[in-house]
Design a protein around this ligand. Sequence first.
Ligand code: CA
Length: 400
Amino acid sequence: MNDLIDEHAPNLKKFFEEKPHIKSAISAADGNMYYIPYLPDGKYGRAYWIRTDWLNKLGLDMPETVEDYEKVLRAFKTQDPNGNGQADEVPYFARQWPELIRLVTLWDGRSSGSDTYHDFMVEDGKLAHPYAGEGYREGIKNLARWYADGLVDAEIFTRGSSARDFLLSENLGGSTHDWFASTSGYNRLSADIEGFEFKAMAPPASVSGKRIEEHRRIPIKPDGWAIGGMNKHPVETIKYFDFWFTEEGRRLANFGVEGMHYDMVDGKAIFKPEFLDQGPVNRSLYQVGSQLQGRGYFQDYGYEIQWSNEFALEGIALYDEGDYLIDQFLGVAFNADEQKVYDRYWGSVRDYMLERQQAWVLGNGDVEAEWDDYTAQLEKKGLGKVLEVMQSAYDRQYAK
Ligand code: CA
């Protein structure tokens, strides 16, 4: 699309000139762009959440370090904060089990380099895999201990997507790592559970004192649109794509229709109260053809902030102030030879990593005793070869 954009799409051209890293990230191995992506806006995705009313009940402060966090989770397990006389609390839980692995960051490990679980990462321009690092080894060792001590949901690998809804509604769950907007909504449970309060907490400091939030929104999704080779009207098509990058088009894609769904107030699109009251705002917008993820468009976070509740906004402000986010790996585009190497080796390396990871957390095996054999197996299964092609693709794509 490069020539079409240059000649017929001034708004797309301007967008890519202002954001060269996005252009690099969506360029194929031959340097050309073949699709216009959906581009999420906003930085924050997930945060740590904790039952602050339980902290108050047990006379505990908000945890500041990994040691504090462990003490708090242990107190949730042993001191009956829900007051029913049973040790039925589930101190740490997650809807997606990789959010348990995420906690290796508290021991200076990493669980992913992007918003995709188990992804590669970049450190000082070098590709690496988080599951081969020393901090990861230390983290898994400690998470296995937490699991054995009951600080982690015994069903963490199997409970699945209903975990948050079930454990919070039943007054059992203590802490998780999940999305701002949707998790903050559970404070509505205070109507049924006396004192219920679930607030975002800053990432606890790791063993070396680092406070990071590993998860953030990725700026580019693989969703979007392209022009087929048989299309007889590529110029008209690229002009249509370009429309969605005009001010008017971007507003239409994000907020719907002026006067019907939103009004302009001081130069900003503000949703009409009756539109916000129609139910889940994402769904209402989708129904009128806005916020469609299959469209190539640039999201405007202003659409979401208008319906984030006070707990979400307070949490986002906390994360903003602490500046905990870290850089993200935006992926690589392989050439044909690199792709072959990746396809041949990566699947079995990944399977082996995940199999050992789960076994170690569940107490089947000893990460310390098995680490050297583990890294030797990774090499034997081809991790080094995969990293080599990732690196060559990365250097080609991002070096300039
Ligand atoms: Ca209890």
